[in-house]
Design a protein around this ligand. Structure first.
Ligand code: GLC
Length: 578
């Protein structure tokens, strides 16, 4: 098939905006739609094709907007519906599409649906959520009386007792995020109607929050099973019963028919799917099945977990190669990959997988970006990643804002952990690392706000900011711009076959991409020491440099964190051994 016949998103780069930390326009310390409108040229200059906007809907903000109390409006904190319409128009005028965050595994407990559902056991909306009595023979409220033993993603049990009725409701995330019951067709059709309403307003698709959790493995008698006991906690792992559940494909296909049929060509449908395998992803993203266009998988951002994110260990390069290689191969003939390092749920990649010391920060940020963007799939750039933003130097618990981090601290300390050690882990792994304000310039609040920012600005903004980088052709920003342009310009970057080289090598990440006789060799030194390229991949030495992150030097060596994209004269190299 000619390159132009493949869907537009195979050539696209997506930019994620986390609105509360992007740009504040009214001085309340929280970013807003007015702020995004002010900074739109930054996105256009970067050349991205799509903006994915994290939630701006009315919300009590228990999970920064991932707890929605009205799906069809904008929270005054972020602006107005009219401004959202303006944003759609302003982006479209620059050829950029807008994808909204669709959070329909759960609502806020303040959503009128839940308020109604909770009002009485006879409520017509009672069954819109998961209400269950206490465990047989146990009094409501006693520890262990929860209907299942599942552990919440945000610590504690997944069940919250409602004193008035004596029943519990299910919440896979915070207690203020009750799970919708997708078994009930009224729920599904209410969600589809809401989605059509947004498409009619001109939005270009959805990033679907934890969408592979909407189908729960409920037994015919309405019960839900206990999960295997988790080490060191009085809870079990419920994921086998809510992750990729029995009716998930049916729901997604129904959604496709009800909402997307008619314009699937133009839209972008991305499913966030923790715990998804390549085999499942093939099903979710096979165009013939009409479910979603691509999934967000988590394998590569969990390789540095020793059991859980709160027990991090260094990433082993061969694990990363095995994982990325498996995903590239798994979705080579059917489906499509999403490519990301950073988002609002991950600590900053330059600190986590690169080297954010002054000596290597710029080089490792550009090296990681090159490595990612040259894979086959759609790359996602998270705000600030394009200027090399790093983790925040948090020193005290009071500086954290995220419900996941704060709940974890309470639970870990209650179970005997040393508070100083918990703080050290939060410093490294907390989602708040991704949520500090975008660093626009060197002024006191980095140009983010004239007020008091809702979370502290990283003090390194005096050096690391967009204003400085936009003027510098060697900056992280300039490099990202080149990577976006390369994907637009070269069909081989978007569509070429992928072959992993040197799978066991710990310092050099190398692969080829090939399409119609055009072969690119990508070589990235993911270490702080010089690598002998001539010895490893002799064909690289004579390749024509299409893009690199360091100025030309000896073609036979790779300097620390150097990345090069080379065009090979003929067929792909043999490679494949350490
Ligand atoms: C997704 C979001 C995350 C949120 C969670 C619950 O993982 O990306 O930010 O906390 O779902 O909605």
């Amino acid at each position: 098939m000619p390159a132009a016949d493949h869907p537009w998103w195979t050539r696209a780069v997506v930019y994620q905006v986390y609105p509360r930390s992007f740009q504040d326009s009214d001085g309340d310390g929280v970013g807003d739609l007015g702020g995004i409108l002010q900074r739109i040229d930054h996105l256009a200059d970067l050349g991205v094709d799509v903006v994915w906007l994290s939630p701006v809907y009315p919300s009590p903000q228990a999970d920064n907007g991932y707890d929605i109390s009205d799906y069809q409006d904008v929270d005054p904190l972020f602006g107005t519906l009219a401004q959202l319409d303006q944003l759609v128009a302003a982006l479209h005028a620059r050829g950029i599409r807008l994808v909204l965050d669709l959070v329909v595994n759960h609502t806020s407990d303040e959503h009128p649906w839940f308020v109604e559902s909770r009002s009485s056991t006879d409520s017509p909306k009672r069954d819109w959520y998961w209400w269950r009595p206490p465990r047989a023979g146990m009094a409501a409220g006693t520890p262990g009386a929860e209907p299942t033993n599942w552990h919440s993603h945000f610590s504690g049990p997944t069940w919250q007792l409602d004193e008035a009725s004596g029943e519990y409701y299910l919440h896979l995330f915070a207690a203020k995020q009750p799970d919708l019951n997708w078994e009930n067709p009224e729920v599904r059709h209410a969600v589809y109607a809401m989605m059509r309403w947004w498409l009619d307003r001109g939005v270009d698709g959805f990033r679907m929050d934890v969408i592979n959790m909407i189908s729960k493995a409920v037994a015919p008698d309405g019960s839900l099973p206990d999960g295997p006991q988790l080490p060191g906690l009085p809870y079990g792992d419920g994921t086998p019963f809510f992750s990729n559940g029995p009716r998930i494909h049916e729901y997604l296909q129904e959604m496709h028919r009800e909402v997307f049929a008619g314009h699937p060509e133009q839209l972008l449908l991305v499913g966030e799917m923790p715990g998804v395998t390549t085999e499942q992803a093939r099903l979710y993203t096979d165009p013939a099945r009409a479910e979603v266009d691509m999934v967000f998988q988590f394998e590569h951002v969990q390789l540095d977990f020793e059991g859980s994110k709160w027990h991090p260990r260094p990433l082993r390069m061969r694990d990363l190669k095995a994982s990325f290689g498996r995903w590239q191969a798994g979705l080579a003939d059917v489906g499509w990959n999403s490519l990301y390092w950073d988002n609002h749920d991950q600590p900053r990649a330059v600190s986590r997988f690169g080297d954010d010391s002054p000596r290597f920060r710029r080089d490792s940020a550009t090296c990681l970006a090159t490595l990612l963007h040259l894979h086959r799939g759609t790359p996602y750039v998270y705000q600030g990643e394009e200027i090399g933003m790093a983790n925040h130097p948090f020193t005290a618990l009071e500086q954290f804002r995220d419900v996941e981090s704060l709940n974890h601290h309470v639970q870990a300390v209650a179970h005997g952990a040393d508070p100083a050690e918990v703080l050290a882990v939060l410093r490294r792994m907390s989602r708040d690392n991704a949520r500090t304000p975008v660093q626009w310039d060197a002024s006191p609040n980095a140009g983010f706000t004239t007020g008091t920012p809702w979370i502290a600005v990283n003090p390194d903004h005096t050096e690391w900011n967009a204003q400085a980088q936009r003027a510098d052709p060697t900056s992280v920003f300039a490099h990202h711009r080149r990577l976006v342009a390369l994907r637009h310009d070269l069909p081989v970057v978007a569509l070429g076959d992928f072959t992993m080289l040197l799978p066991e090598h710990d310092e050099v990440y190398a692969f080829t991409r090939s399409l119609d006789g055009d072969t690119l060799l990508v070589v990235c030194n993911v270490s702080g020491s010089v690598q002998d390229l001539a010895g490893l991949l002799p064909e690289a030495v004579d390749g024509e440099v299409v893009l690199g992150n360091l100025p030309g030097d000896d073609p036979a060596v790779l300097r620390p964190w150097e990345a090069r994209v080379l065009r090979l004269p003929s067929a792909a190299p043999s490679g494949g051994s350490p």
